[in-house]
Structures are given as structure tokens and as C-alpha cells.
Design a protein around this ligand. Structure first.
Ligand code: 16G
Length: 240
């Protein structure tokens, strides 16, 4: 489509224009998520431009994670992760449901007496012990979200009990998360966090605050997350 309008009179900008055209086609879903794009050689022939130019444009889009390179060097349009907001699931469950391997990079974990703000967030009396888990969550090794979870030590006696899934550990210990309140707001990501998430500083993110309750109403987790805006869709079911 747009690519047909490419011409070769400004050779330095050619890959850039191809990149922009592909970007537009992905945005407008002319190239749908998951769709495989033609190979380098075929594109080079079709558009009568060099394979080097094609490779450069594709590389830029792979670096931006709009395209993913699969086994056998096939290149496909990246799929966004869709997460229904009305069901209380864990990050690990969400990723497994999509055939992606959930992973965790530990940034920090510790235990201590709840700070006044934490005690308020969890509805605890000051002085209660909590575990703090700061994690980078990955899917097939790609960073997806940064999360800080705070859990009363009464439900999680040590942060070392968690390898990948916090909710699995809570469930095994008979403290299944049953209900949550979640606040989501759009934001942009700062330098340090951008580096961890592998996006440019100032990239859009979803800031999520979640308070999770047990069946009996006690707060089992307070969590603050930054989800990458470019890979995540949150779906909400509405009734009337
Ligand atoms: C989700 C939750 C987070 C929870 C985590 C547990 C949101 C915004 N956050 O990421 O609060 O700690 O799942 O996942 O949905 P895990 O069981 O894989 O550790």
C-alpha cells in the first residue's frame, strides 16, 4: 500500500520511509498482529529496493518491538497482550494463557515493619511485618512490567518463598486472592524505569495500583505496577 509510494530519489531516507510505511501499516492493522510479513528478498523484488535497505527498516521495527523475528527468520507483526480486567488473574497466568513463558528478574526483596504509608495501604496496624517484592516481569524474556508488591508477613512469611508466581505461593498457603480493586492511569516512564523496561524514556505506560483481598476481606497485597503501554491492552466487559 503505502510502500508503493516509495521512490528511490532520496537514498539516505529510503529505509526511513519504508520504516514509516510499515509502521503505518501495523498501526492501521493493514498488517495484522501475528501476521507474517514477506521475506527480505520478496520485499526487495516487489519494491525494487536493496535488501540492505529492507533489512535496516525491519531491524528498526524489531528493535521497537513492533515486529518480532521468529524461528526460521520469519518476521511477524508483534501481538499485544490482551488482559481482561474483570477477572483476577496473576501475571504468570496471563502469560501462560498466551503461550508465553512468565519470568521474573528480582530487583529487590526484603522484609520489615510496615511504613506508615504501607500500613495505610494494607489496612494494617503500624508495626506489622510485611514482605516487599520488587520485580521486573518478563514474557519469553522480554520485559513487560515493573511491580512492587507488598504482602503482610502473616500471609507470606518470607519473600524467598516466591520464585516466579506470588499468587501460586499465596494459594498454596491457603490465602487465595479473591477480589481486587484496581486503579489504572496513563503516564510516561522515567529514565531508570525505561531502561529496565527496555523502552525509551518518556514512552507511554499504564500505572496500576491494585489492592487485593482475601475471601474474608483482609488485604493480602498492595501492588504498584508499571505496564508497558506498547505491549498491553486491558479489556473491560461492560453490562447494562
Ligand atoms: C499481576 C498483578 C500483581 C500481582 C501479580 C502476581 C496487575 C496490575 N498486577 O501482575 O498485583 O502481584 O499479578 O503475579 O495485574 P504472579 O503470581 O505471577 O507473581
Amino acid at each position: 500500500r503505502d510502500t508503493a509510494r516509495l521512490d528511490a530519489d532520496t537514498p539516505t531516507a529510503l529505509y526511513q520511509r519504508l520504516e514509516d510505511a510499515l509502521r503505518g501499516a501495523i498501526r492501521d492493522r493493514v498488517l495484522p498482529p501475528g501476521g507474517v510479513i514477506p521475506g527480505e528478498r520478496e520485499l526487495a523484488q516487489r519494491l525494487s529496493i536493496s535488501r540492505v535497505t529492507i533489512r535496516k527498516a525491519i531491524r528498526a521495527l524489531v528493535d521497537d518491538r513492533l515486529l518480532v523475528q521468529r524461528q526460521g527468520a520469519r518476521t511477524a507483526v508483534a501481538e499485544r497482550v490482551e488482559k481482561p480486567v474483570s477477572v483476577l488473574t496473576s501475571f504468570s497466568q496471563d502469560m501462560l494463557a498466551r503461550g508465553l513463558a512468565p519470568g521474573t528478574v528480582w530487583l529487590a526483596k526484603d522484609m520489615g515493619v510496615a511504613l506508615p504509608a504501607e500500613a495505610m495501604e494494607l489496612g494494617l496496624s503500624p508495626g506489622t511485618e510485611v514482605c516487599r517484592l520488587r520485580r521486573l516481569r518478563t514474557a519469553d524474556g522480554q520485559p513487560m512490567a515493573l511491580e512492587l508488591s507488598i504482602v503482610p508477613a502473616a500471609y507470606l512469611p518470607s519473600p524467598d518463598l516466591v520464585e516466579t508466581s506470588l499468587y501460586t505461593v499465596l494459594e498454596e498457603r491457603g490465602h487465595s486472592p479473591s477480589r481486587a480493586l484496581q486503579r489504572m492511569r496513563s503516564s510516561i516512564v522515567g529514565g531508570n524505569e525505561a531502561k529496565l523496561l527496555g523502552v525509551p524514556p518518556g514512552a507511554p505506560i499504564l500505572e496500576i495500583e491494585r489492592r487485593v483481598f482475601l475471601e474474608g476481606g483482609q488485604t493480602v497485597e498492595y501492588c504498584r505496577s508499571l505496564y508497558r503501554g506498547d505491549t498491553y491492552d486491558f479489556l473491560v466487559e461492560l453490562h447494562r
